[in-house]
Design a protein around this ligand. Structure first.
Ligand code: SF4
Length: 70
């Protein structure tokens, strides 16, 4: 089973904690909302990135990142 990452952009406020924890999977760019928001670079990242992805999800202050199994 592979990880599947989804994000709730309604809640993302661009803190960039995700980018700091796992830049392989998350980027944060300017959005039409007038502030930066997360972009998922890999929806199904490889297993080696699991620990970093989970750290990003745990530390995201707005609980934007959801990790499920595909
Ligand atoms: S996903 Fe979370 S940590 Fe990443 S930019 Fe959005 S609010 Fe910040």
């Amino acid at each position: 089973m592979a990880m599947k990452i989804t994000v709730d952009l309604d809640l993302c406020q661009g803190h960039s904690v995700c980018l700091g924890e796992c830049p392989e999977v998350f980027d944060v760019v300017e959005s039409d909302e007038g502030y930066p928001q997360v972009v998922v670079l890999q929806e199904n990242p490889s297993e080696e990135l699991r620990a970093k992805v989970l750290l990003a999800a745990n530390y995201c202050p707005n609980h934007v990142i959801t990790v499920t199994e595909d």
